[in-house]
Design a protein around this ligand. Structure first.
Ligand SMILES: [Mg+2]
Length: 172
């Protein structure tokens, strides 16, 4: 049975800067994130990025910029990530269900890899990440980088992506 760890992007795979990250010079991978990804991958998890990129819908940057930064992480990590979903919409352009806390990106991942939600996890740093996962029965871990330091629906809170990965391995 396939299993997935869904990864929010900003705050998890690159450092949260309090604004849209779309320039290469602002792309910094947090300490331990690549190691955490490999621990999960070696334990049999598919790694699927689910990221809101409303800056595309606002015209601040293009989908190509998102793909370029994704490629940057892939190069740095020897291609540890399996798939990328991004929601380019803003509330102004669309009420898309892809946009977290909507769960459509996660549901597409479950369908693509034929995985059951109860075998899957999500790592994120925002309430909308936790809510997207919980709404379809995927367990979620909050790794705070923003104002949210806890969430009632989070399985636990971890101080780093590596700590979150270790929690998953100890509890699955
Ligand atoms: Mg985030």
């Amino acid at each position: 049975m396939n299993k997935i760890v869904f990864l929010d992007r900003d705050g998890i795979l690159n450092e949260e800067i309090g604004d849209y990250v779309f320039r290469l010079e602002e792309w910094r991978i947090p300490e331990g994130s690549i190691k955490a990804c490999w621990k999960l991958k070696n334990a049999g998890y598919k790694l699927v990025v689910v990221t809101n990129q409303g800056g595309i819908g606002k015209g601040l940057y293009t989908a190509e910029a998102v793909k370029l930064l994704h490629q940057k992480f892939q190069e740095a990590s020897n291609n540890v990530l399996d798939h990328l979903y991004y929601a380019p919409y803003t509330d102004v352009t669309s009420k898309s269900l892809m946009k977290k806390p909507g769960s459509l990106m996660l549901e597409r991942g479950l369908a693509k890899y034929n995985a059951k939600p109860e075998n899957c996890w999500l790592l994120g740093d925002a309430g909308r990440d936790i809510e997207a996962a919980q709404s379809i029965g995927v367990k979620a871990i909050l790794v705070p980088t923003l104002k949210e330091t806890h969430h009632p629906l989070a399985e636990t809170v971890a101080s780093s992506v590596l700590e979150a990965a270790e929690y998953i391995l100890a509890n699955s």
